[in-house]
Design a protein around this ligand. Structure first.
Ligand code: PMV
Length: 327
């Protein structure tokens, strides 16, 4: 029998226009449109093999066995589409902190969707892969694709088809994203739980959903124009407004640490000093600084000196998910 095995690599993405909150109708449909950049410089590598003799799906993350959790949604759908009745062994590795707001779920589910469907012999289109990944984690729909990527809100009728789309290829714009890592452990509240709590209890959630589409349009136009000076302030506002809606929940959901605030202050000082530097923050304490290739070294040097910043990671726009090994 041929081996039902494949290995895929995917990168995390950072949303320039944030997604926060799901629609009340349909499964895993976002309440707001989002636009991200896929980041080379950090990667998840995932191997899937469907094997005889397994009584359940098995998952290891960075060589440690963990509960399969949400991978069942993707594996179940791949089994349904391919007619393969075997359980799978899944081995996944991240070369960056896991589940701490560095978008590890995005690269993880994008790599899983591609590796599993390829191992099962399904030749899914990029759109079908993106939609499959989205049903588990909305942001992972964007990591299937490379460069600058958007995900529309869609409609309930698109529950099983809504997919991310490329806005521009990686080399379109001179952008560097310097990550200031402020913690190595997992975050306390995952993004799905955090969103649910924000939707249910934050008086600012409505304000967030009213603001987000306009910011998305502004960010999309700035990306298309390759204009970082227009993109930066809008991206920074998108992140801070998203966090403001979470902070106003009951009880308040604060993903930030002291290091986050120190890094934000450092970014403001960089701008005052004439550097191109704008901050964005996902559902975790790390600060990612948007800058140019010319300013990246100085931005990295100053970010690394901010109190509470443990280390920095240099990233640039990168490719989408791809197969690296298959029998
Ligand atoms: O789709 P999830 O569960 O990974 O949530 C992503 C939420 C943010 O990272 C905070 C924003 C975004 O658009 O990626």
């Amino acid at each position: 029998m041929t081996q039902l095995r494949a290995t895929a690599v995917a990168h995390p993405n950072i949303a320039l226009a944030k997604y926060w909150g799901k629609r009340p109708d349909g499964h895993n449909l976002p309440a707001v449109p989002s636009l991200s950049v896929t980041l080379a410089g950090m990667a998840t590598t995932t191997t899937v093999s469907f094997e005889e003799g397994l009584g359940a799906d098995h998952l290891s993350l960075n060589d440690k066995p963990v509960a399969p959790g949400r991978i069942g949604t993707i594996l179940g759908e791949v089994r349904r589409l391919s007619g393969i009745a075997l359980y799978a062994r899944v081995e996944s590795r991240n070369d960056f902190p896991t589940a701490s707001g560095l978008a590890s779920s995005a690269s993880a589910f994008a790599a899983l969707a591609l590796a599993a469907s390829h191992a099962a012999g399904l030749g899914l289109s990029t759109a079908a892969l993106s939609s499959l990944a989205r049903r588990t984690s909305v942001s992972s729909a964007r990591s299937v694709l490379g460069g600058f990527v958007e995900l529309r809100v869609g409609s309930p009728a698109e529950e099983f088809t809504l997919a991310a789309e490329v806005v521009a290829p990686p080399e379109h714009m001179d952008l560097r994203v310097i990550v200031g890592v402020t913690a190595e452990g997992p975050k306390e509240v995952g993004s799905s739980d955090g969103m649910r709590h924000t939707v249910a209890t934050s008086p600012y959630f409505e304000a967030w959903t009213a603001l987000a589409p306009g910011l998305f349009a502004e960010i999309r136009a700035a990306v298309l124009a390759g204009d970082l000076a227009a993109l930066g302030p809008a991206a920074e506002q998108s992140a801070l407004a998203m966090h403001a809606s979470a902070i106003a929940a009951r009880p308040g959901l604060i993903y930030w640490s002291g290091g986050t605030l120190e890094a934000l202050a450092a970014v403001r000082r960089m701008r005052e000093g004439g550097l191109a530097a704008w901050a964005t923050i996902d559902a975790g304490p790390h600060v990612k600084v948007l800058t140019t290739s010319a300013d990246a070294a100085e931005v990295t040097r100053r970010l690394a000196k901010a109190p509470g910043v443990l280390r920095t990671i240099h990233t640039a726009p990168g490719e989408g998910a791809r197969i690296v090994e298959a029998p």
